[in-house]
Ligand binder design. Structure first.
Ligand SMILES: [Mn+2]
Length: 429
């Protein structure tokens, strides 16, 4: 006999996919959760293992909690067990829901930031589920520091559930030491928090299953829940179940040779078709494929190029790949002007000369007073915008580590290239 386990994390029930227009109910975490539960019931799954951030903190409580309660009840009827830990988003909601104790099939592990193990048993197969739950919204210590308080039985396979950030020292979301996980007596670690699926180690198997629904355009590539099978005391390698109903991809198109609008259209269409064909075998269950296009290469008419790019982005439909509807969300122009010699231009004191100096200064990573002054101004302006009232709700969300110097330099580089292209084009006329 074998035990079948669905492993996933970061559903953020209550959220919908952001950054795109249109889309039906399939683009909500609530539907993804229902699909996972339906799959579990339809395929005789024994256990659902959830590594935190199941419920989204920023959303309406009842909207998020109702689907969780009805699923727990359905799973209870089918005898399907749920092992879960709380993440930084649901550290308070999950214990509150489970307090009532009406779901004896749902096991929250490691409440209040302690390690806990529970043993699952079916026929002759036994599995230990070990876990640690977020005690508060932020947690700056490494939860593995207290891992030795966990008493597991070495002869029984063990699966660990944890929410945190592997290898990010100083994280306020439970910085986790990889070596501590590797040296533990747990054979498979399911880690939540990072939405991009990622395998950190094969033996023991340490992985982020990732969010099963791509929640925004930054979450590119495949997203899906995973199946883990335990047979005769051996835990198998996780295999993907079904795909997220939406897939985001970045698509770079070199437009150096697209000197007319016709050529630009041909180039763009060709690039999309090629990418569609490449992805097609991986688009089962994907109803929408959304590209963020970046135009690259050298071009001497960036003004026109941007206008052509605008028509591409404005089109609502870019065909289909198999049964998947394809669209382009935005088109960015990162094209460099076809200027013969930036160095020669940079010695001039004209506006074009100054722009060439900025581009060279940033590209060559020079300590240029001109770039430094502009960067200082950019940071002040950017900070004013960031702290304005309009962005207050965003500030309360998880802040990713940003590098303002790098971002500022990239911004200056891009705008200088664009301005220089336009200036040189005007001079030609
Ligand atoms: Mn999280």
């Amino acid at each position: 006999m074998s035990v079948k386990i669905i492993a996933t994390s970061d559903l953020h029930i209550g959220r919908k996919v952001t950054g795109i227009e249109g889309g039906g109910p399939e683009l909500s975490s609530r539907e993804t959760w229902k699909k996972i539960v339906g799959h579990a019931i339809g395929n005789k799954i024994d256990v659902i293992a959830l590594a935190g951030d199941i419920v989204d903190h920023n959303n309406r409580y009842f909207e998020a909690v109702a689907p969780l309660l009805s699923a727990f009840s359905q799973l209870k009827d089918k005898g399907i067990q749920v092992y879960l830990v709380a993440g930084n988003h649901d550290f308070d909601v999950l214990p509150r829901i489970l307090q009532s104790n009406q779901f004896d099939n749902v096991h929250m592990l490691g409440a209040n930031g302690t390690w806990e193990v529970k043993t699952f048993e079916k026929d002759n197969e036994r599995i230990q589920f070990a876990g640690w739950s977020f005690p508060s919204q932020y947690y700056s210590k490494d939860p593995t520091e207290s891992l030795d308080e966990l008493k597991t039985e070495p002869s029984i396979p063990a699966i660990g559930l944890l929410h945190g950030e592997i290898g990010i020292q100083g994280s306020i979301y439970a910085p986790v030491s990889l070596s501590a996980l590797q040296n533990s007596r747990i054979g498979t670690w399911i880690i939540g928090h990072i939405h991009k699926p990622d395998v950190w180690c094969e033996n023991p198997y340490i992985f982020y299953p990732g969010s099963p629904l791509a929640l925004n355009p930054k979450e590119t590539g495949p997203h899906r829940p995973w199946l883990i099978t335990v047979e005769n005391g051996i835990t198998g390698v996780p295999t993907p179940l079904f795909n997220s109903s939406i897939r985001f991809e970045k698509l770079g198109i070199d437009v150096s040779e697209a000197v007319t609008e016709d050529l630009f259209r041909m180039k763009a269409t060709d690039a999309i078709l090629k990418m569609n064909e490449k992805l097609r075998p991986h688009l089962g269950d994907v109803s929408r494929l959304v590209y963020d296009v970046e135009l690259t290469g050298n071009h001497d008419d960036i003004g026109h190029l941007e206008a052509w790019a605008g028509t591409m982005a404005a089109a609502t439909d870019h065909g289909i790949a198999g049964e998947t509807i394809v669209s382009v969300r935005k088109v960015e122009t990162s094209v460099k002007p076809s200027v013969g010699n930036l160095e020669a231009l940079a010695v001039q004191s004209s506006p074009a000369g100054l722009l060439a100096q900025i581009i060279l200064g940033i590209n060559n990573n020079e300590d240029s007073p001109l770039v430094n002054d502009l960067l200082k101004d950019w940071k002040i302006k950017q900070n004013e915008i960031r702290l304005s009232d309009a962005y207050r709700p965003l500030r309360n969300q998880d802040a990713t580590v940003e590098d303002p110097d790098f971002q500022g330099r990239q911004y200056l580089l891009k705008e200088s290239i664009r301005l220089l292209g336009t200036l040189l084009q005007q001079n030609k006329k």
